[in-house]
Ligand binder design. Sequence first.
Ligand code: GAR
Length: 203
Amino acid sequence: MSRAKIAVFVSGGGTNLQALIDARKSGALHSGEIALVLSSSPNAYALERAAKAGIPSVVCSRKALGSQEAFEAAISQALADHGIQIIVLAGFMSILSEDFTRRWPRRILNVHPSLIPSFCGKGMYGLKVHEAALAKGVKVTGATVHFVNEIPDGGEIVLQRAVDVLPGDTPEILQRRVMEQAEWVLLPQATELLCAELIKGEN
Ligand code: GAR
């Protein structure tokens, strides 16, 4: 059976990448294969996870490459080299331009650690999202997987799951609960859905 070729874009710890790797092993993600891990940072622990799983990786640093154009040209080259069909942003902290996202319509997924449209958009990433949720005093938060377009966190929503905020939560505790109960479940599910749709269209 043919499988869609996925590139996972990372910048940090890579626990969402790990969830995708584990989903490949368990068979939950069976319509796609992780053919490339692309990191915006040479120091991301996610690169070690890729190496342990035997997945090729490449580093494309916006800073090292000097301009957005050079950064995106390097990314596009890596994607072409590996025959990539689907991009999954899993904690990828660099911005992709409209020029880039327009070339991948409904082919880029992102996981965001809140229930969009709450606590999202420019400058809302990682722990900041959970700090904002706690500051607002919401009793329910969650995670969203959505398609990526030119609007930060503005593309069509694919899956969402709610997670309780509990008394005594710190941003770190809440982040962990949102990951465990929502992100690590939703991201492999949404990736499988998209890969299955893609390979169905090819056959
Ligand atoms: C995750 O919580 C992800 O949702 C978030 O960064 C974390 C990355 O963790 N992404 C964003 O905030 C994007 N706006 P990971 O490297 O362990 O997967």
